[in-house]
Design a protein around this ligand. Structure first.
Ligand SMILES: [Zn+2]
Length: 244
């Protein structure tokens, strides 16, 4: 059924935000029953091709990696060796795109990055995790490049990386402070327009993340990850977890 719907979308040239025909008419048009149509719609929703809006109908969804993040297999999330491979890719992506930023980053983005980094530092001093600020920091940093595909990839890697790092034991408050300081170092280079320094600071951030993961993996408490749980959804509040 999903295939028939996909063919319909393609042959009619439907784009993101376009509505599918109403259920009864659409089922008739495709020559299938309404329950099978519903099943097909559900399947395509779960992979992010369609989205249902309550009371409005079914629409072609905008491209998003969210369904991938939501459907990551448990075997991947619980395997912290894979985390290092993911980190390698994430590092190459971010560090590779960094040199372009200095030339074009607007002053308001630098101010926002400074605020986020200061907030991380404040929270670190209170021994509170700052996952949301960290995510926003990386998103803001690359936002000025105006490349939606890059934005989605940076965020995808960030999300998957942090999901996977749930399997590590909780980091201590000194490594949390260190993490905050790395973000501050990045902002300082940006404020000075120091391209080489920015590249170094960003690389350094990832080297330190790598070291922290290695340390957490070798931690005696880390031998058996404590109750790794599959998060039910993406919106979570500050959990007690590895701050990498
Ligand atoms: Zn970071």
């Amino acid at each position: 059924m999903a295939l028939a719907i996909k063919e319909f979308i393609e042959s009619n040239g439907l784009k993101k935000g376009d509505a599918l025909p109403a259920e009864a008419a659409f089922a008739q048009q495709l020559g299938i029953s309404r329950p099978s149509l519903r099943e097909g719609v559900k399947a395509l929703e779960s992979v992010g091709v369609l989205e249902s809006r309550h009371g409005e109908g079914v629409f072609v969804a905008d491209f998003s990696f969210d369904p991938i993040v939501d459907n990551l297999p448990y075997s991947l999330l619980a395997d912290d060796a894979q985390l290092l491979h993911l980190l390698e890719v994430r590092t190459a992506l971010e560090v590779g795109m960094i040199p372009k930023i200095v030339q074009i980053v607007p002053a308001q983005d630098i101010r926002k990055l400074r605020q986020l980094a200061s907030r991380m530092h404040e929270l670190a001093l209170k021994d509170v995790s700052f996952e949301d600020e960290d995510r926003e920091f990386h998103a803001t940093l690359f936002g000025c490049l105006n490349n939606p595909f890059l934005n989605r990839l940076v965020d995808l890697f960030w999300q998957v990386f942090h999901r996977m790092s749930d399997s590590l034991p909780r980091s201590d408050s000194s490594s949390r402070r260190q993490t905050a300081l790395e973000h501050i170092a990045i902002v300082e280079k940006l404020e000075r327009g120091d391209a080489a320094g920015l590249q170094q600071a960003h690389e350094r951030h990832f080297e330190e993340i790598h070291k922290r993961i290695m340390k957490l993996r070798n931690h005696p408490d880390g031998a058996v990850p404590s109750a790794v749980q599959l998060p039910a959804n993406r919106t979570r509040k500050r959990p007690a977890k590895a701050e990498v």
